[in-house]
Ligand binder design. Sequence first.
Ligand code: ATP
Length: 322
Amino acid sequence: MKRIAVLTSGGDAPGMNAAIRGVVDQAAHHGIEVFGVFYGYKGLVEGDFRKLTIEDCQDKIRRGGTFLYSARYPEFKEEAYQLKAVEQMKSNEIDALIVIGGDGTFNGALQLQKVGFPIIGIPGTIDNDIPGTEYTIGFDTATNVALEEIDRISDTAASHNRTFVVEVMGRHAGDIATWAGVASGADSIIIPEADFDMEDVVRRVNNGRKSGKDHSIIVLAEGVMGVNEFVRNFKLVDPEHSIRGVTLAHIQRGGSPTARDRVFATLMGAKAVDALLNGQNGIYMGIRGEQLATFDIAETLQEKSHIVRHDLYQLNLDLTDK
Ligand code: ATP
């Protein structure tokens, strides 16, 4: 193996740059050249790539986003585009590809594997929604940003004895909501993976107030419903309640990655190179119990559902049941 390529695809996630750095530096350690592909699969099909050096990566580790840029490129679901991508790589004497992204990105990589091209995946999405691994790159930063914002909102909520519903990202997963909710001492956490009863939410909020709390926070995962709809439904149960809604949206995707995101991303990037050198193909790097773990992409994507921390969700229910 002399030359490999790396791309980022799907939604950007803080820590992706650290993964690229892990790939480039580990490859250099083994005397392998790395080509960076710009704009995900679009760049792969169009041949938009160039050799990456250690200097290219040196300062990027502390920046959010991805310096290789990302793109949504639905055309890549068609075989003609996949074959064109393979052709581009072969004509540039690239022997294997490392993709950093979410499950869509992994599906794209699987298609390349099916037509005979070696691929390795690295999970990069703030949603933490990839089956198999307990952690995806960007989840920790996004959760910490959400937490910081909730803390700020709590200051103003307390000054007016208000309740705030804070909508956080996560698509169909409730991981950011669960972690930011437990960490902020939220009165209620609403996630797609668990049913909820509005009467019970209102009861918890009001019981918290009766126990002496001067404000209340409800953390709502975007996959459940919009924040305005939630506030309307809350008011149907308790019309006089002073409640406001706020959506954090894309600020959760930005900012300097946390140490945890940088370290795990660097580890997975470096180990992806090692995996290729060991002749592995069609797998992705993940984390289980704080340690590196590998998973078969085709098998794991069939599982559909990622690991849900029902224990943390239940913990919050117990703690707010006054
Ligand atoms: P995130 O979870 O952050 O949205 P993602 O990787 O799941 O990340 P997608 O937009 O679903 O984001 O997928 C990224 C890209 O992967 C798509 O734009 C497309 O180019 C490619 N892709 C997705 N699904 C497939 C598929 N079934 N076959 C081939 N390529 C695919």
